[in-house]
Design a protein around this ligand. Structure first.
Ligand SMILES: [Zn+2]
Length: 193
């Protein structure tokens, strides 16, 4: 049974031993396989308030007491869903790349959406989504709120030419340097922060 109550999911999970974490990981992967289209699951989504989550995009991955130790300044917008909220699809803003440490993995694990393979983006987002769950954070807290600050050519001068900005047009969005975004603003793109 997957928990669908937001309040219940907003509780921070506690650290766990690797042994117990591995047992929880097996249950989570089982639950994930039973789900429809699920690519990740955190222990608190099945009622266990322990720091274990699983991701299964390219291969099944169990993370016990995971920590994001590095994250890129660059962020990107991505459409996200969650097994706890099957009827919601929202756009979130996530780090383009992260480095993770977990007690059941030697060394560090790197995830980056900066790749031609879309699965890399899914995996990178999914890891951030699941680790968030362990901290009681749901995707709604990461929602990308489109707040256009300027339209067309009247962009404020205070944005640096090399500063990265997010621009959107309809459902599409891009992150690029302001100097590259500028000409596109005359072509129907909107600058967002
Ligand atoms: Zn979720």
């Amino acid at each position: 049974m997957i928990i669908k109550d937001r309040k219940e999911l907003e509780v921070k999970c506690s650290p766990v031993s690797v042994k117990e974490g591995e047992e929880i990981g097996v249950r989570l992967l089982h639950e994930l396989r039973e789900s429809e289209n699920g690519i990740g699951l955190a222990a608190n989504q099945i009622g266990i308030q322990k720091r274990v989550c699983v991701v299964n995009v390219k291969e099944p991955l169990v993370l016990i007491n995971p920590k994001i130790v590095e994250k890129s300044k660059e962020q990107f917008v991505f459409p996200e869903g969650c097994l706890s909220f099957p009827d919601s699809k929202i756009k979130t803003i996530r780090h383009e790349s992260i480095v993770v440490e977990a007690d059941n993995h030697k060394g560090q694990l790197s995830f980056s959406a900066n790749s031609k393979d879309i699965n890399d983006a899914f995996e990178c987002v999914c890891v951030q989504h699941e680790i968030d769950h362990l901290d009681g954070i749901t995707m709604f807290d990461r929602e990308f709120k489109q707040e256009p600050i300027v339209k067309g050519v009247n962009a404020p001068k205070k944005i640096g030419r090399n500063e990265k900005v997010t621009i959107t047009k309809g459902k599409e969005s891009k992150i690029l340097k302001y100097k590259k975004a500028q000409p596109m603003l005359e072509d129907g793109w909107t600058l967002s922060i």
